[in-house]
Design a protein around this ligand. Structure first.
Ligand code: HEC
Length: 132
């Protein structure tokens, strides 16, 4: 009887472990996007008319790594240097986020919402931060 209970518990814990690791965790960076960016840029990253630009197919998202990273670290202070911008609202700086979190977030945005661009590494974020 004791033996059966031990084997039973063992099987139940194996089932639990395999069920637990089979749960989808979602791509890295998605949680950060949903929490910190989607409120202003939309869950679908299409932006909000007269309020915020789209991140889907954005030239800045798909453009040079260092410029994109600077937009995250400095917000509108960086965007003001780009000629021809008419957006009147402010993009808040996100410099309080860790290098790895910014890298995962930007990599997520760059590979979703119809975007296709290479990953951003934590080292690239670190090196831009050091230049500020
Ligand atoms: C409070 C609202 C708000 C939040 C939160 C916010 N943004 Fe923005 N974002 C804006 C606005 C407004 C602009 C345009 C600002 C400007 O032109 O100066 C912008 C511009 C941008 C741009 C430039 C896009 C382009 O093509 O013009 C990027 C990239 C960007 N945001 C990424 C993000 C990311 C990633 C997050 C999440 C960490 C985020 N933003 C959170 C409001 C916000």
């Amino acid at each position: 009887m004791k033996y059966l209970i031990t084997v039973g518990l063992f099987i139940i814990s194996l089932l639990f472990i395999s069920w637990n690791s089979a749960q989808p965790k979602g791509p890295k960076g998605k949680k950060t996007y949903d929490r910190l960016c989607s409120g202003c840029h939309g869950a679908d990253a299409k932006g909000i008319p007269d309020f915020s630009p789209a991140l889907a197919r954005s030239k800045i998202i798909l453009g040079a790594d260092n410029k994109l990273i600077r937009v995250l670290l400095k917000g509108s202070a960086e965007l003001k240097n780009i000629p021809g911008r008419t957006n009147k609202n402010e993009m808040p700086p996100q410099a309080n986020l860790k290098d790895r979190r910014i890298a995962n977030l930007l990599t997520f945005i760059r590979s979703n919402f119809g975007n296709k661009a290479p990953a951003i590494t934590p080292d690239a974020v670190k090196s831009e931060r050091n230049k500020l």
